[in-house]
Write a protein that binds this ligand. Sequence first.
Ligand SMILES: Cc1cc2nc3c(=O)[nH]c(=O)nc-3n(C[C@H](O)[C@H](O)[C@H](O)COP(=O)(O)OP(=O)(O)OC[C@H]3O[C@@H](n4cnc5c(N)ncnc54)[C@H](O)[C@@H]3O)c2cc1C
Length: 472
Amino acid sequence: MTRVAIIGAGPGGLMTAYLLERKYKNSCQTTLFEATDRVGGKILTRRFDCVPAIYEAGVAEVYDYGMIGPDPLQQLIGELGLKTTPIDGQTVVVDGKVLRNEHEIAEHCGEAALMAVEDFRRRAAAMMPIETWHEGFWQDDNEHPWARRTCEEILNEVADPAARKFLKVAVHSDLATEPHLTSGLNGLKNFVMDVPGYVRQCSIDGGMEMLPRALQENLIRTRLELNSPVVGVEKNRNEGYRISFRRNRRIEQQDFDAIFIALPHNWLNSIEWGGERLRRAMTEHIAYYDRPAHYLRITILFRKPFWQSLITDSWFMLDAFGGCCVYDESARHDVGEYGVLGWLVAGSDALTLVNLDDRTLVNRAIESLPDGLYEEAHEHFIEGKVHRWAAAVNALPGGCPVRDTRAAHLPEAKEHPGIFVVGDYLFDSTLNGVFDSANLATDLLHSMPLLVDDLPPHPSKKSATCFSPQQQ
Ligand SMILES: Cc1cc2nc3c(=O)[nH]c(=O)nc-3n(C[C@H](O)[C@H](O)[C@H](O)COP(=O)(O)OP(=O)(O)OC[C@H]3O[C@@H](n4cnc5c(N)ncnc54)[C@H](O)[C@@H]3O)c2cc1C
């Protein structure tokens, strides 16, 4: 029996536990350590205090690539019996004007701006055909002509200022950073999301948190230790590893044969890595991916969805806060007669605003609405909620240059071949990416020389698990 520890019960840790059970059946005895009293990490579906209406306080949506190739995350969602609802948005609010279609863009920004936006999108699609985009963040990316340029440099090639602003607003929320802090290639992967045919977005019925809940319910052989933050990882005397974790203000220790560290890059520093070799390797790993990006969510409950007479999309883009996405939570969740809008503020604006109090932020969000909607927002306001996500995502997923993915998951393979990392920051900073990462890392368990005899045969690509990580 191989004793396995997983650190972190966010989506990455839960997916790792799920895959270990699927791939290795009874051969693994798994313990999942979670610092807080809940599973799910940044997937957070919350309720207002005044009425039982739900909203997404963290992860907004799932990306569905099903129409262009295998989509392991959609397969997982289906396997867990979860239902999804497609969500979509076209509307952009610029300079107080609601632009719902090409005609309105041309009318407000000018024909030349519309043509420049369309030219840019055509160019983006040519630079990244659908098949290439679907392959994700792999080493081939290093050969792409936009890999070593910044996203800002690419945007500066758009001569029309109105078109440039429009494109910047449209991408800011997805990047969670400023265009000069990420690569042109990462920008490109997000620009093409506005080109029809690349991706669909969907929401999980009942709230995004149904995903971690369903994963937890399906874990049969995994022991979950809540309120148990791991504070140290080191090698023990028996070629295994020792985990130190805090429980009830005391430090306890347990030994394992393998460890999966399913933490986002910003949490890795909170662990003490024992032994010089591991400490150096982890420090180097953390430094390589240390590109913090930021979000801030302001969600407001209104007496009625007053904006729906003007905007019927599931979300719209707003030029306030450097470009933010405003979700109509009432378009995807049943909130009765009420209306719920959620502002997803990104990048430097999120970081700057993070120190302001909730009331000020709620007021700023209402003030950001265009004339016509602003007055009604004041009139129908009931309750506002703020959730802060500073440094919680990665501005340059995959690192630069993108590393060999196998090596990236094994930070110190020589003397610590049983320590694996799992993270969305190794791929594309999304749930799809963290699932690919969990899939790859759990396959790598077979690379551990001491354990190979204990484990069932290596799951082939066509194994019963159905999950195949994207091809390198
Ligand atoms: C506002 C926001 C919106 C987003 N929207 C989307 C979206 O629409 N679609 C999408 O695909 N992705 C989205 N993402 C990204 C998504 O949240 C991540 O891809 C995903 O949460 C990564 O999962 P994870 O398990 O690696 O990390 P997390 O979700 O951060 O989970 C980490 C877990 O580890 C625990 N932990 C931390 N330290 C320790 C420790 N020392 N010991 C034990 N446990 C520990 C934490 O408490 C947490 O439960 C969004 C992120 C944010 C912040």
